[in-house]
Ligand binder design. Structure first.
Ligand code: GDP
Length: 314
């Protein structure tokens, strides 16, 4: 297991088309997780049933990179208001967010929607002014718009003190300076700002296990896959657990397989601790909002809001 202080859990939020996908791809690529052509293959594999059955492709929502000796878990978020519950749940799973804003377009309706969710969870966003390469980019004005939005949404003093990184996800460049000619030809300004400004998990590994099922994935081979954050304690392969549903009823089950994230892949691991984001298979009928707990301490985590259509999945 990683030492807790070397873990960073972030979500990435943005208005559609402001460059979230391009940014995550570049962050993964430059961290040496894979080369560009492999990334394309990985994405293409999503439609490949065989790979799905083997259980190695993941929900594109969860990715992770190793940067220096840090593990940075990145959770993608839906920008649409129909998925408000999902955005809220993801905000509870992470310790910080990257708010991506187009350097020309500035703040848009979904920027406000997702930022509100992050501020409500007391997260301090890092603002990434993206597309700094655009000839008509107006980074200084866009930062002012972002600041206005923070104020309008009632951000606290810490949140108002947000760091700003200027980037071109497309070109793979970033900088703490708004001058396009001062861009560094790598994403280091973003990695370093994440490590410096996003807090490491603080939960204890020495308490009884609690894990909140926050997202669901499914594949033919593994069945239902519960994704979430270990809220306290340690989770291990083969371990018996109590599953507490949203009504408070408890049943006994067992962790069959446990996965961490590496690049775009899910990798099998033996154990994970408080603060880790992991995927778990082997629990029949598991659902979003349920708590997995130490059978000797079957304590549920607070009930989550669920409102998106994906829950119809069986
Ligand atoms: P998402 O909807 O937020 O995931 O946005 P995408 O990553 O799919 O990007 C939307 C469009 O913006 C695509 O055509 C990208 O190529 C383009 N784009 C993303 N980042 C940049 C950038 O830094 N500069 C420029 N000029 N275009 C970008």
């Amino acid at each position: 297991m990683h030492s807790r202080d070397k873990i960073r859990n972030i979500a990435i939020i943005a208005h559609v088309d402001h460059g979230k996908t391009t940014l995550v791809d570049k962050l993964l690529q430059q961290a040496g997780t894979f080369r560009e052509h492999e990334a394309v293959q990985e994405r293409a594999m999503d439609s490949n049933d065989l790979e799905r059955e083997r259980g190695i492709t993941i929900l594109a929502k969860n990715t992770a990179i190793n940067y220096k000796d840090y593990l940075i878990n990145i959770v993608d978020t839906p920008g649409h208001a129909d998925f408000g519950g999902e955005v809220e749940r993801i905000m509870k799973m992470v310790d910080g967010v990257l708010l991506v804003v187009d350097a020309f377009e500035g703040t848009m309706p979904q920027t406000k929607f997702v930022l509100r969710k992050a501020l409500e969870q007391n997260l301090t966003p890092i603002v990434v002014v993206n597309k700094i390469d655009r000839p008509n980019a107006r980074p200084a004005e866009v930062v002012d718009e972002v600041l206005d939005l923070f104020i309008e949404l009632g951000a606290n003093d810490d949140q108002l003190d947000f760091p700003v990184v200027y980037a071109s996800a497309l070109m793979g460049t970033s900088s703490m300076s708004p001058e396009p000619e001062k861009q560094e030809t790598n994403m280091q300004a973003i990695y370093d700002t994440v490590i410096e400004h996003i807090p490491a998990p603080t939960e204890s590994v020495d308490e009884p296990l609690q894990f909140l099922v926050t997202l669901m994935d499914y594949n033919e081979y593994l069945g239902r896959i519960a994704i979430g954050r270990v809220n306290r304690g340690v989770v291990k392969t083969g371990q018996p657990i109590a599953v507490i549903n949203r009504e408070g009823a408890t049943k006994q089950s067992r962790i069959e397989k446990l996965f961490g994230f590496q690049g775009l892949k899910r990798v099998e691991i033996d154990a994970a601790g408080a603060g880790d984001i992991v995927a778990i298979s082997g629990i029949k009928d598991i659902n979003i909002g349920e708590t997995l707990a130490d059978p000797a301490h079957p304590e549920a985590l607070p009930v989550l809001k669920i409102d998106e259509p994906t829950l119809q999945m069986t």
